[in-house]
Write a protein that binds this ligand. Structure first.
Ligand SMILES: [Zn+2]
Ligand SMILES: [Zn+2]
Length: 346
């Protein structure tokens, strides 16, 4: 084993440097993982551009990752060298009131691997074994990076109790939106109506079995949803776009008794928002944050068994040496990219 390993360090907004560091050592209960692939998402772009509040630099980003166990520390029972794994990046302290209630995703003291602590845009990471999940051998590791996003999508849909026969609108068909469309279909919801301004993403949504698609750049959104639901409006609207301007139409397109699931997030204020529709239609509003360990196993099974289609989600891959170019490309055209994957070094 080499004694040095490389990591992509964000030293200032938009400045990534490849730095050689001593290879970390797995201590008791931990495993050393050789990173094979890290997917870059909107959260990373916010950190990279300095728009994410409260992130302290220098920082190694990266939280959607898959790799191969290289060594395990004393007492590790569930993993062995050579095993392919994904990581759960939601690090919890295990001691606060949220953790005590089994809601480590709301931990008051820890946070996201690759944001509150150094992450996987590196050749190696060390994590406690509880955060590492074995993968079946047939799954490609680059594709497996999407399982983290799928687990957050599952977490949100379980919270909102999306079920059979409900009409569901998914606003935004980026990687998470497309996964919302697929999971709603798998839950037996219908019609599932996919909304995007991108014809390419709507074509993907159709392939993912959306019952109807709406091009938000061409059609009146509320009228299109009413037409697709026989005039009733939708039982559930999932905002996977995170665009504040969509929230008022989202409330308007809901049927009486409907549910708004706010998955995509924004720091910007919501225009034209009043609480009146919450009263008048007795709506339910859900937020959803990240994932819990209970979401990871089912997400792996959905991909391993072929129920969820991840074909076409990876827009481009870059070796670790070209991580800066990857982020430049991402910032230039975020709407045209589902996931960029950073591979191992050359
Ligand atoms: Zn992410
Ligand atoms: Zn905690």
């Amino acid at each position: 084993m080499d004694h040095l390993t490389r990591a992509a360090v964000l030293t200032a907004p938009r400045r990534l440097e490849l730095v050689a560091r001593p290879t970390p050592v797995a201590r008791a209960g931990e495993a050393l993982v050789r990173v094979a692939a890290t997917a870059v998402c909107h959260t990373d772009l916010e950190i990279y551009t300095g728009r994410h509040p409260g992130v302290r630099l220098p920082r190694v980003m990266g939280h959607e990752a898959a790799g191969v166990v290289e060594a395990v520390g004393p007492g590790v029972a569930s993993l062995r060298a050579g095993q392919r794994v994904i990581l759960n990046p939601i690090i919890a302290c295990g001691a606060c009131d949220s953790c005590a209630r089994g809601r480590g995703n709301l931990c008051r003291n820890a946070g996201l691997f690759g944001r509150e602590m150094d992450g996987s845009l590196a050749e190696h990471v060390v994590l406690p074994e509880a955060y590492l999940y074995p993968l079946p051998d047939h799954l490609a590791l680059a594709t497996a990076t999407l399982i983290e996003t799928l687990a957050t999508v599952r977490h949100a849909q379980v919270r909102a109790r999306i079920g059979a026969g409900e009409s569901v609108v998914v606003l935004g068909q980026g990687a998470a939106g497309l996964l919302h469309t697929q999971l709603a279909k798998l839950a037996g919801a219908g019609p599932v109506i996919a909304v995007s301004r991108s014809p390419a993403k709507l074509a993907l949504a159709r392939r993912m079995k959306a019952d109807a698609v709406v091009d938000a750049s061409q059609e009146d959104l509320v009228a299109a949803v009413r037409a697709a639901t026989a005039g009733r409006g939708a039982d559930v609207v999932i905002d996977a776009a995170g665009a504040p301007a969509l929230l008022a139409p989202a409330l308007e397109m809901l049927a009486p008794g409907g549910t708004l699931l706010v998955y995509g997030i924004s720091h910007r204020p919501v225009p034209d928002f009043t609480t009146y529709p919450l009263y008048f239609k007795e709506l339910t509003l859900y937020g959803s944050r990240a994932l819990t360990p209970e979401d990871v196993g089912p997400a792996i099974a959905l991909v391993a068994g072929g129920a969820v289609d991840l074909e076409g989600f990876i827009t481009a891959t870059y070796p670790l040496e070209r991580v800066a170019a990857a982020f430049e490309d991402y910032e230039r055209a975020p709407g045209a990219i589902l996931r960029l994957v950073i591979g191992p070094g050359a």
